[in-house]
Structures are given as C-alpha cells and as structure tokens.
Write a protein that binds this ligand. Sequence first.
Ligand code: GLN
Length: 487
Amino acid sequence: MNYKNLSIIDIHNKLKYKEISVKELVDNTYKNLQAHFENNFLVTLIENKMSEFDLQNLFDENNLLSAIPYVTKDNISTKNILTTAGSKILSNYIPSFDATITKQLESNKCILLGKATLDELGMGGTGLFGFNGEVRHPLDNSRIVGGSSSGSAYAVSAGLVPFSTGTDTGDSIRKPASFNGIVGFKPTYGSISRFGVIPYAPSLDHVGFFTRTVDDAAILSDATFEYDKNDFTSFNNKKEYYKNINGLNKKIKFGFLKPVWKYMNEDLKNKYQELFNQIKKDDNEIILIDFDETLLKTIPAIYMMISFSEGVSTHSNLDGINFGIREEGKDYIEIMKKTRTKNFGKTVKKRFTIGSYQLKKENQEEILNRSKKVRRIFIEKTNELFDLIDILILPPSFEPAPTVKNVLGTDVEDRKDYEGSWIEDVLEIANFNGMPSITIPFIKKENLPIGINLNAKPKEDLLVLQAAKYLENLIKANNFEGGELSE
Ligand code: GLN
C-alpha cells in the first residue's frame, strides 16, 4: 500500500473501509517524512506516542479530519513542542500554550507529525532563508520550492501528508502552491484565528492551508473558521463549506486585469485563453477589466513599507530577555544588541532597518502614512471590481519555480529574492484588502507546475471555493496538465 499522494478524503475512505489502520497510516507517514528529513523541510519531526488502541479510537466515521496526519508551519505555536518561526533567535523556544489553530485541529483529531521550515519570521519567498537550511523543490533539486511556507508546501507536494498549515502575508501560501502543483488557500482576513501564530505583519497576516484538492480546503475551512476572543481581528465566518462546495448555482463572471496580460509570455497567454474559452462554453463570462497600471506598479513598494514597519515593531520582543536565545552582555542594551546582531539573518536585518527608518517620526508622514493611503485606494478599487465581476483571476506565477542559481546569482536584496518584475507581486492585492484567495494547479511547463489564482470579495469564501472546484474539474477534464504530480 502506498501512503503517498493521498487527499484527506482518500485517507478517510481507506480508514473507513478498513483498508488501513490508523497505526499503519501514522507509522508509514512518519517513515515517509523521516525519509525526506535530510531535505530540511521540517525543523522538528514529531513521533506519535499513542497506543494502537488510542490511535484507532481517534477515527470517527462522521469526521473527515479524524486521524488525518499533517504538518504545521513552525511559526504556529505548539504546546511543549519547539516553535522557531524559522529564526535562530527562537531556536530554543518551546511555547507553554497551543495556537488556536493547533487546538482546533487537535480537537478534530488530526495527528501532528512535524513542524515545517519557513523563511525566517515568514520574511521571504524562496525557502532558502530558514535558520535550519535550504528547502529545495521536491521535483527538481536545482530549484526553489518557494516560500515563506516552504516546508509546508514541500510536505504536501512530495505527497507525504494530505495537508499542512501555512501563513500568508504577501503570497507565502499561494505562490509556493503554484510552484508545486498543489492547492493553497488563504481565506478572508480574520476567518482563522491568529492567536499563537508568530506574526510577520499583523495587518497583512493570514493563516491558511496547502491541500491536494479544493474539497480538502473546504473541509479544513469548516473546522477552523470561527470567532476567537483571543484574536480581536477574528470574526465568525462559519458556513457549511464542504457540504456546499458543488452548489454553484449561478453563472459566474470571471474577471482578468487587462494590464497583467502584457506581462505574460505567449505560451502562458495561450493557456489562459484556452481556459477562458472553456469557461465561456459553460455560459460563464470572462470580463477583461481596465485597472490603473501605475497603481499596480506600487504594489511591491506599498507591501514593503507596511510589512517592514509592522515587522520591526511586532518583533521588538525578540530581545534575548524574555525568551529565546540570549547573548550575554553587561546590561539590557548590550544583551539586546548582541542577541539581535548575532541571531537574526540578513533578510530580517535589512527589513528591520528599513522598517525602523520608516517608523522614525519625521518619516512616518512622508513614507508610511502615504503607503497606507495608497493601500486604502487599492482596497476601494478592488472592492469596486467586485461590482462588475464575481471572481478575479490572477496568475500566481508566470514561470515554474526558478533555479536556486538564478535566485542566489542575482543581487539578493530584500524584495527581489530572484530576478523578476513587480508584476510577480500581484497576489499581494489580496493581503491589502483581506479577500479570500486560492491557487489551484493549472498547467505544466517542462514538467513543472504553474498554478492559477482565484479571488472573491472579502467574506465570499464559499464562492471562491465553489469557483475553484468548478475550475479544478474543468482543468482536469480538458487535460491542462493540472492534475496529479508524478512521483
Ligand atoms: N514573498 C513575500 C515576502 O518576501 C511574502 C512573504 C509572506 O507572505 N510571508 O515578504
């Protein structure tokens, strides 16, 4: 029996029809994770110590998530289990409490088997900058897997677990999902509690999932969308997502931003055109929309200003005093300076330096407040789009995952981890206004995946999941090569 490449529903059915026992499932999943451990995708591999009897009792025919193994991103707190956020400064930090999402998955009887590597503090898009080493693409070791949720993407893409958690401040779930031929879902801001999740930039941070199918993303939404009094940005976005996933009962108006079109190469454009034709055959609409290109070009700058400032401010507690690694010094200032100098990586230091500069009183008005105003314009313009359309389609990446050489060969400055243009950051619109956003597998180029990304108005998570399910089927039925990755 091959325990790889299974979805949550596949595993549930195998358990239900007694093709496998929970013990076999856990042992085999653990073995598969262990076999890949040297690839750095996990900071911590977790051995399950439950008895065979207790494990079997976890399974509940009426709960699709019961006894499902998973890994969680290592910026998500797990009680009594190392939680590093990918940073050396937290490389000895063991939380005394669980994040809300950890508790929710535990109360649904999911089995946590690993803590997944990330770019330090979620800052980065490559998977090359976690303190425990590089994570590479599971299909091609010369390429990046993408980040910052690098280990989480690796685990699902390599078929080791049916789902993993991720966080997304700019595109950290949706971009790696595209590179890896898997589903990556970032729900509406506040749908999933961030209590116990080590932040990057709180006004942009979202928690979400990597899965193999859209159905599985809906199942996880049912389990985790909940108001949490410990997170003041959370709200009750509970609905029956999985039950209604096939319930799309109207013709959908899909929109595409005209200015994005000209940045796509011919092959990619042709594939989008073919897909649009199929969509129209089903009597759905494709609407090409004018959107101010100059405004679009501000995306990276706005993202940097806001996220770097929030990042440096939220991480002022990583000072070696209260928790984490400490370098000794003669007083508080020296301890803090030495600890931060020695234990933060290059990307984090750069982002903190720029963030601090923007937070200086004299720069706040000139730089930070102006960025927030532009963000506001984005929010208004994006919301206006949804008066015309139901679903906004964006390309989550324009090419397959780049090679590590390409990434490191270029001047690795903060923003551009590899050669590319501003347009690659187009997904960040969804972090500005908090709309639900999902990437699903679309095509392959030289056998490497490229996904497609769908967005809906904030709180229209059901609609975006339903539309994603519709496209998932359409892509498979028309053989866009969006299906399974070969092993
Ligand atoms: N690539 C973006 C960055 O470098 C996204 C990070 C994220 O979403 N956590 O910041």
